[in-house]
Each structure stands twice: as C-alpha cells, then as structure tokens.
Design a protein. Sequence first.
Lengths: 527, 369
Amino acid sequence: MRTGDERLVVAARDVSGAPELLRMEEVTKRFGRLVADDAVTFDVRAGEIHALLGENGAGKSTLMKILYGLQQPDDGRILIDGRQVEIGSPHEAVSLGIGMVHQHFMLVPTLTAIENVVLGMPTDRPPLLDLRDARKRLVELAERYRLAIAPDVPVWQMSVGAQQRLEILKALYRSARLLVLDEPTAVLAPQEADQLFKIMRHLASEGRGIVFISHKLAEVKAVSDRVTVLRHGRVTGQLPTADASASELATMMVGREVKLGRTAPPMAGGDPVLELEAVSCQTDRETAGLRGVTLTVRAGEIVGIAGVDGNGQSEMVECIAGLRSLTAGRLTIKGEVLQGALRNPALLGLIPEDRYSQGLVGDFSVAENLVLKAYSRPPFTERGFLRWGRINGHARAQIEAFDIRTPGPLAKARSLSGGNQQKVIVARETQEQPALLVASQPTRGLDVGAVENVLTLIRRQRDRGAAVLFISTELSELFALSDRVVVFHNGEIMGEVPPDPALLGQVGEMMMGRSLASIRSEAGSAA
Amino acid sequence: MRAPILVPIRAAVRPIAYRAIVPLVSIAAALAVSAVIIVIVGASPLEAYGAMLRGAVGGIGSLATTAVRATPLLLTGLAVALSFRAGIFNIGAEGQLYAGAALSAAVALLPLDLPAIVHVPLTLAAGFLGGALWALVPGWLRAYRGVSEVVTTLMLNFVGIQLVAYLVDPIDGPMGERGASYAQSQVIAESAELPILIRGTSLHAGLLIGLGLAVGLFVLIKYTPLGFRLRMLGGNPVAARFAGLSEKREILVVMLLSGGIAGLAGAAEVMGLRHRLYDRFSPGYGYDGIAVALLAGSNPLAVILSATFFGGLRAGANAMQQSTGIETSVVLIIQALTILFVILGPLRGWARARAARSSESVEASASAV
C-alpha cells in the first residue's frame, strides 16, 4: 500500500441527500457455471465519487460492462434518474449520459485528439467532416477542467496521461453525467494521479456522479466519498469512505488479513551478474528508447526499477533478452556479451510484462507451456521425439510445487486465472535456477493474494543467490521487495535510492523527470 | 452405474466427436441447400444424390475414381494444413503444384536408363524440390522482410500456371511436344511412372504417398520438437519469440515443407495419372486444398477424410450428370457451401465450448482415478 499519502486525503462530503443518478438493483450475471455478479446492488448519487473496490475477478468489470451495455444482465434491473432502463449497447449507454474510461484506452492511435473525440458522432455539415466547432468546444472543455490537450496531435504521439485526459474529454464532450473510470491510476505517476483526483473532484462538484474502480486502498481512501467492496461477485461492504479503515477494506476485499510489507532489511549484492554500460537503443517507432543507461545487478540482490510505463523499461528488458539490438554501449551477463540469452534458461529467466501475449501460448496446455523453452531437451525429447508422459509428469510436479490452480496439466493456459497463468510462467522461468531473473511488471492485474504469491517466489530466487531485476509501476511493491530502487524517466536513470519509505516523494519526482541531484540540491538550499 | 472402465474411454472420445460436429453438420447443411437448387433446376435431389453416391462409392471402379480424385487434394490439403498449423497462410499450393509437376516431369522425361526404384524417388524428389523452390521466395520475403505470404503465394500461382503453359508450348516450349494438338510434353519414361495399385483402374501409388505423409505429418506435429515449434509459432508468435524461438527460420522451414508437399501433388499427377505434363492440368487442386484443410481443421489425419469427401464429390459428379442431366458444377456449389458453413457456422463456438468442457471432464475423470 502507498504510505505518506495523507496530503491526498480530501474530506469526503456527505451527499446522502443528493438525487440518485444510477441504481443497479440485484444485478446478476452468469458465465456458464461462474457467477460473475451475484445480486449486486450499487448506486451513485449526483456529486458523488463512489469507489468500486475489489480484487481482479471480483465482478467489478462485469458490473460496469453491464452498465455500459456491453453485457446483458441475467437478472436485476438498472435505473437512471429513478427510471428503469434497458441498456442494449454502448451507444444507448452514451445517450443515457454514461461515459466510460476503460483501463485499456479506446483510441485510434493514428487519428488526432479531435478526430478521436468526434469519432462515431454525426458531423455538423454532413457529408463533410467539419471540425471547427468541435475543436472550439473541445478546447473550451479542456480549459474549463484543466485537462491539457493538444487537439491536433495524433494519439500515438501522446503520453499515457494525455491519452487518459483525452478519454475523459471524450466522455465530457458527449455530455456524460455519470463517469466510470476503470483503474485510472494504473498508468500514472503519483503526481499525475493527484492531478487526476483533483479533476475528479471538480467534475463531481458540478453534480456528476463518478465511479472509481480500483484495487488500491490508499487511493480509494484518498478520493472517494463512498465505497462498495466486491468479492467473488458479491457485495461484502458498502459504506462511507470516512467510516472505513484501510485494513477493514482489505479484509472485506480479500476475506482475510493481508501482509505486503517488508520482511527483511535490504541485502548487499555479491558478484555482478548483469552489467549495462552506457546502453542505448531505439523503440519500435525508432525514437530513443534507452539513452546511455549504466546499471549493475549483483548476485543475491533485487534491483527495483521504478518509472511510469513506457519510459524505457520494456526496451531494456528486450535488450537484455537479446530481442532488441543496442545502438550504443555494452551489455553483459556474467561478463559475456550474449546472443540469445533467452535460449539459456540456466542463465536468464524472464517474466515478460504481458504474461498472456508474451509469456504463454493460450491454446497450449499448462504442461506444454511449462516446457515452452525446454521441450527439445532431455528428458522431454529423446531420440528426436517428444515424451508426453514426462512432459505431463513434469507438469503435475510443478502444479503441485507452485500451487497452480488448474483442472489438470492438460487444461488450456487461457482457461487459467491471471495469477495462475503467472505461476506457470514463474515456474518455467525459475526451473533451472537462472543466474539472472528479470521480472517485468510481474504483478500487473493480479489480485492481492496472487501478488503476495508472486513476490514471495521472486524473493526466494534472490535468497538462493540469483541476481534479480524487478520492474514495476507499483511503488509499494518496489519498496517492499527491492534492495535498491533505480528510477527511469524517458530512457534515462534519474537516480537510485534505498528502499526507505521516507524517500517515496523523491522517487515520485524522479518519475516525473527530475534528477536526484537536482532534488537534493533544492532540498539542501531550502534547508 | 456404468462400467467404470468406460468412463475414461468415453471421455477421450467425446472431444473428438465434438470436433467432428462442425464439419459433419456443415456438409449436411450444404447438401440440404444444394438440394433446393437441384429442385429449382427441375430435378430430384434424391435421384441426383443417389447417382452421385453410386458414382463415388458404388463398386471398385467408382471407389478407385474417388481415390484418384482425392489423391492430389490429399497432398495439397496436407500442404495447406501444415502451413495453417504454423499460422502461415500458404494459399499458393496451386502454383507450387505446377512447379513441382514441371520439375518432376523434367526429370521423368530424361532419357536415363535407370531402374524404377531409382528413377521414381528421384522424380518425386524433383517434384518436392520444385514446389519448395516456388515457396522459397514468398517464405523468404515473409520471414526476413515481413511481406504477407498471402499476397505473394497467390500471385505466384498465376506465374506457375503460365510457366507450365510456356514449357509445354507445342511450337517453342522447351518441353512441348512438337506438332501436338494440345499443349503437352512427351510421355514420361516408364521407369518414372508410379505403379498402378488395382489393375484395370487408374488408381496409382500417389494415394499411398498421401496417406503416408498424412500419418507422417500427424506424428511430426504432435510428437517432434519441430512440430512443437510450429504449433508454438501458430499459437502465439510473440510468446514463441520470448521463448527464444528463431521465428524467421521456422517460417522458412514451414513454407519449404508446405510448398514441397504441394509440389509432390503435381509430381504424383504427372507420374501416376497423366504421364505427361499438360498445360492447365489442374482444375484448381491447389485452391481446393485450402477447402480440404479448412474442413479438416488442419488436422493431417482428418485431411484424409475431407480429401476423400471432396474427391468423392468430383467422382460422383460425372455419374450424376450422365443419369440426371444436372450440371457437374453442382458439386462446386456443394463444396463452396460446405466451406462457407464451416467458416461461419454458428455451431463453431458452441462445439468449441462443448469440446473444452468435455476435455475438462477428461481431466476430472483422470484426477478422480
């Protein structure tokens, strides 16, 4: 959990007298035998920020998909302004004044901001596309809510934060009175998140209702007026935020007490395993990816990489894996410059940032995914043929050892939950005790229990002497796990700090692009 | 209580049964719609289908005709199915078939005094090589330059057809029989002919090559590291790259194998059936191979069944025309409709869900034991 966030806490307002914008009553949605939402009742009043809290798979997203017309409920009803409505499609949702900012933005990268805003709306002068009035209106909206945006810049050139602002503007442009924000802070630096919270407050103060979906307790505490907690599709709590302590909320969410804090002091590393000397590379768009990064990871230490998504972390991982070529500098693992370190599982284990698209073959069985790298070596292949008995036997052992919840080794990887998919990857990548383990966003999208599991597995690798590079956008995790924290911004290292929670603010500033040196000199002159 | 021994057997058979539902229902639906068309043209569907059935399976001669028609479809179907499994869309089997036929004919025409035991394999190898060469350029472009193989393989089909037309031109084609009334080569050497399997029919050993390859490819895909790599590439190319797979090499390997197999189809036609290289000898076997692979869900063993079905349609078509006067093109309609239903069948999702569920129950019964 984030600490030191007191400055964010805004006194929650009492809106119990305000009219009800939305009421979802006893909404139930089943997928086969799985009950995603079980008689969920949820309401939003005008002027209220209502947090929807729950682990992944708790039913938050399904509930909101029903609200946005993407799914139809099996049971229950929806009332807008007290009138019962049927929401058959997102189009109908929009016309009812519902706006949604999805976790994965729904923007066309090659179109400009203004083009994305008007996409799907009738134009002023059909059949021509006249954007003058639209642009004027967008600029007005942007100024009014301080949502800085350049209307004529294509989306692919925008930062993630700007894309999010654009998504919000898109909803406002369509006169949304009820705005749903799905995990909006997942892609933001702490300071950007603060900015977003201010905007949310402003929007609510004008009588809009806001649904804030999150699994981060500190943020829910900081910004919401009321909170509804979901677990396994059921409402386990609904109360004014002011009345709830973080630990109470966590218990409602997970169903038991959770510990994520540090368990041991930072460790000093041994011999260098991974060494980057002034490494530079390009991104897929041929812009600068890394700019002269120098970094050493030693045996028996976890080096945490902090930074907002898209600041060179992915490129660094691909350079280490040999999937991206360096434009300058030198990268060695155990002192050697390697081609295809990926093919040597005793040297490099890699937990890729996108577990489903990079780490697994969804249509392959769990057993096949567990030997995705080792399939051609004994004992899995002998005399030129795969030995399915051994492959499946190996899978049964790994399922047992890593507590992978699956119907069996032959179940398709796509049918597993995110946490269990990640366990498959961790099991595979650590099986040969690699000298270097690179874990890129290993907990992204996982629920609290699964996060705990994955972090423990990574810590265990460090404890047996592996060098671990741990990349995350979650500062709480980085501080809990790392022995040193290195901050990335725009392909460069801004500075390095020990995992001391008192330094969180400094890390946040470095994530925004200030170097540690300049932060310290300012602090020095202020003192 | 059922006999407990039956439980695992039933559980193992059920997913296969569900996988067969889509193709079977698609075929039935295609036949039903075609029946309406037959009624519209003023004939009796029962009579027509009866004649077709007799022409396809009524007696040794009919069965042999079906098998002869099925042989090139089996080979091109396998070629396409293999590429599909690796996520590559080789729709150039037609061109590769012509290229294979041309190179094998060149070897088969050589006035070598070779025993058949040497000449036949040599000619087959030439056929494989011809098809593989035809796939080499699209394969290389896809692997190293990212050019879509769909476009390049398709375009090379026309080049392949025209290449053969040039080769066998009766006036100036290097392989053409001078003065012949049709664009064709000389008759190939007897030592390069594929043996006839049943005397009195034209059923040749090309069928055995196809059947052997079907089994071989099944084993390759399921039981070898190469097959594992190809399925990985087809299943998720990005994950394959992150697992250290050299995507480029595998793409090239698949294209060469697939093209080679399509080339064998051309070689088998020349060596087993026609004994000459003819201009436009293929009525679109390469394209039909796509249909065969789709109906079979790209499973090499199922390709045997689906090639037999399409071969039977072709064999039965003539019999139907003779006895009912309905144009043979009805079978093209049946073939096209079948594929249409396979592709867009609303059943598809349902069958997949059922198959998934029954494979879960395999797990359940396995863990219960």
